[in-house]
Ligand binder design. Structure first.
Ligand SMILES: CC(C)(COP(=O)(O)OP(=O)(O)OC[C@H]1O[C@@H](n2cnc3c(N)ncnc32)[C@H](O)[C@@H]1OP(=O)(O)O)[C@@H](O)C(=O)NCCC(=O)NCCS
Length: 188
C-alpha cells in the first residue's frame, strides 16, 4: 500500500472518521497538513526512503520525521560543508565504527526539526545544532532563530534493523513520545 493511503487510514483512525472525508492543504514551504477546523489540531509528518515509511502524529504540537538508509558517503566532507561546528565535533568524537551512524543521526535529526517547523531547506543548516546521544535521545544545542526555545523540543533517533536511521522532533515533552512498528499488507 502506498504511504499516502496508509497515512490517510492512520489519520482517519486517530480522528475516528472515514479516510475519504479527509482534506489536505500545505504550509508556505509545502508542509502537508489537514484542512478543516476540527482536524487541523492533529499534526503529522511523513518521510519515505528505500522501502521504509515513517509517519508521525501529534495533537496540538508540531512534529517532524526523517529516515535515511545508512550508506557509505563522504560524511566528513558533507559535515564540513553543511553541519554546525558543534555537530562536527560530536561526529569527530565518536568511535570510528560509530562515526557514520552519528553522521546520519545528526542529518536525520536536523531534517526532522526542519520538517517539524515546516521550514524545509529555507534556512541555513549551520545556524542550529543537534547532538545525538547513544541512548536514542538528542539535544538541541543551539538555535540561532529562537535562542530562548531550545528546551521546548524532544528529539529522538534510532537505528533500525533494516539499516535505516530514523529521527523525530516534537515540540512537546518526552512523555508524549512513542515509537510504534507497523507492517501493512495490501488488502485483496
Ligand atoms: C521536502 C523536504 C521537506 C524533505 O525531503 P526529503 O528528506 O527528500 O524527503 P522525505 O521523504 O523525508 O519527506 C518528504 C515528505 O515530507 C513532507 N513535506 C514536504 N514539504 C515539507 C515541509 N516544508 N516541511 C515538512 N514536511 C514536508 C511531505 O509529506 C513529503 O512527502 P510526499 O512528497 O509524499 O508528500 C525538504 O526539507 C528537503 O528537500 N530536504 C533536504 C534537505 C537536505 O539537503 N538535508 C541535508 C541534511 S540536514
Amino acid at each position: 500500500m502506498q504511504t499516502r493511503a496508509i497515512l490517510r487510514r492512520i489519520l482517519a483512525d486517530a480522528l475516528q472518521t472515514a479516510p475519504e472525508t479527509l482534506r489536505f492543504t500545505a504550509g508556505p514551504q509545502g508542509k502537508p497538513r489537514l484542512a478543516g477546523e476540527t482536524h487541523d489540531a492533529l499534526n503529522f509528518n511523513v518521510s519515505h526512503t528505500d522501502g521504509l515509511a515513517l509517519i508521525a502524529l501529534c495533537r496540538e504540537a508540531r512534529v517532524g520525521v526523517d529516515a535515511e538508509r545508512l550508506r557509505e558517503i563522504e560524511a566528513a566532507k558533507l559535515a564540513r560543508r553543511y553541519f554546525a561546528v558543534e555537530e562536527r565535533r560530536v561526529i569527530d568524537a565518536a568511535a570510528p565504527e560509530r562515526r557514520l551512524e552519528t553522521f546520519f543521526a545528526v542529518w536525520t535529526l536536523k531534517e526532522a526539526l526542519l520538517k517539524a517547523t515546516g521550514e524545509g531547506v529555507t534556512r541555513p543548516l549551520n545556524n542550529f545544532a543537534v547532538s545525538p546521544h547513544e541512548d536514542g535521545t538528542a539535544s538541541l544545542l543551539r538555535d540561532d532563530h529562537r535562542a530562548a526555545a531550545t528546551g521546548a523540543w524532544t528529539l529522538v533517533w534510532r537505528r533500525e534493523a533494516s539499516g535505516h536511521i530514523i529521527a523525530a522532533a516534537v515540540e512537546a515533552s518526552p512523555a508524549r513520545f512513542q515509537f510504534h512498528d507497523f507492517s501493512w499488507t495490501q488488502e485483496a
